[in-house]
Design a protein around this ligand. Structure first.
Ligand code: UDP
Length: 392
């Protein structure tokens, strides 16, 4: 069966690039499919760093990032600029990922150009419009527009069904596990490259605590509290090194510097290349983070993680005891971190089996098969036919 189709990926941030990288590669390996990549560059620096890690080149760069960009302004610029590209290119399908302004703007532009949409990581819900903000709003709206819903887990698929979506839902796992597996494989035997050797030397054999913080919903008091908690934990733990790759957002950076730049065993770093971040994560005793992607990676690698948010949409990981919600109060974060640190030692998941909570590394293959069925008819290969049982 001949099926010449054009697929266009549209995204703009680091987590989207990291999760779509293996999916893009899997589509590029299909000779009958033409693949185009359009980036909004909603986050210029972090996006470019992620694209470089996976050697992915964009075909269209909308370069839309502005200092202090407002959400309405950003979304309207994405819709307008993406709309022009889509009108010119006329792809058969647009693929967006997750819950960013780029994903929503891309989906809106595609639907207004009457182009079908596939949504990767569909169906995550916190059921609170203000948390995470604006991601929960973006997710719900993208689901109204999409034709194919690639759910990471059965509970995400069930969320979509409860919203009245009946067709095009497929449980495929989360492609972050594909990315993680690829990087872990590449890291074997290359653990002592310069940046990693430097991180290793700083740790000096001590236990490693890895920190990340970036969410808009944490801006203000919550972020100050989390940083004060980290300050307290680190000051009583000279036998540990705290590595903190700082998100370049001005509000995040200023709060972190203000609270933590004078603590000897807290290292404030520029954002790390994905492979270096994964390497550090693989060595960590504990992670403290508000990031969804980092939670998925830590749980997959079996590294304990304290989630510094009030809620997470990755509920099953919490229920299974693979991650712990610590909220945003200083006392609770300090108490939970100290309890964990009393017993934990440094990990080395490079030498261990990965957990398959979020996926088995075959998500990209499933997405390709289901997309081919949608665009070209016929039935996919066996890998797409088995419905996996991932939690979230
Ligand atoms: N990450 C990275 N370098 C860093 C910090 C994080 O490559 O210095 C990766 C991390 O592995 C994860 C992703 O960035 O896959 C998470 O991005 P972010 O926290 O910005 O967004 P979220 O996952 O919360 O949407």
């Amino acid at each position: 069966m001949s099926c010449q189709k054009k697929i266009l990926f549209l995204f703009g941030t680091r987590p989207e690039a990291l999760k779509l990288a293996p999916v893009i590669r899997a589509f590029q390996d299909e000779i009958k499919l033409e693949v185009r990549i359009c980036v909004t560059a909603q986050h210029r620096e972090l996006l470019d760093q992620a694209l470089l890690s996976f050697r992915i080149k964009s075909d269209f760069d909308l370069n839309l990032m502005l200092p202090d960009q407002s959400l309405p302004g950003l979304i309207s610029r994405i819709v307008a600029a993406a709309g022009e590209v889509l009108d010119r290119e006329r792809p058969d399908l647009v693929i967006v990922q997750g819950d960013t302004a780029s994903a929503l703007g891309g989906a809106l532009a595609a639907s207004l150009c009457k182009i079908p949409i596939a949504h990767v990581e569909a169906g995550l819900r916190s059921f609170r419009r203000g948390s995470p903000f604006p991601e929960e709003i973006n997710r719900v709206l993208i689901s109204r527009l999409a034709d194919l819903h690639f759910a990471p887990s059965e509970s995400a698929a069930e969320n979509l069904r409860r919203e009245g979506i009946t067709g095009g839902i497929f449980v495929v796992g989360n492609p972050i596990v594909d990315s993680l597996k690829n990087v872990l494989r590449d890291l074997k035997g290359r653990e002592d490259e310069p940046r990693r050797a430097e991180l290793q030397a700083w740790a000096g054999g001590r236990r490693i605590v890895l920190l990340t913080l970036h969410r808009r919903e944490s801006f203000g008091d919550a972020m100050t509290n989390i940083c004060r908690a980290i300050r307290e934990i680190a000051m009583g733990a000279e036998d540990m090194e705290f590595f903190f790759p700082v998100h370049p957002n001005g509000r995040v950076r200023d709060t972190i510097r203000e609270q933590l730049s004078d603590i000897k065993n807290v290292r404030l770093l520029d954002p790390l290349a994905y492979e270096d971040f994964v390497w550090l994560l693989s060595r960590a005793t504990l992670v403290i983070s508000d990031s969804g992607g980092v939670l998925e990676e830590a749980v997959t690698m079996g590294v304990p993680i304290l989630v510094v948010r009030e809620i997470t949409e990755r509920v099953d990981a919490i229920r299974a005891g693979h991650a712990q919600i610590a909220g945003v109060s200083v006392a609770q974060i300090v108490a939970e971190a100290r309890t964990l640190l009393q017993t934990l030692t440094n990990s080395n998941p490079l030498r261990r089996t990965l957990r398959e909570t979020f996926g088995d590394g075959k998500t990209s293959a499933r997405i390709v098969m289901r997309t081919k069925e949608f665009l070209c008819g016929g039935s996919g290969a066996a890998v797409a036919k088995v419905t996996p049982q991932f939690t979230q």
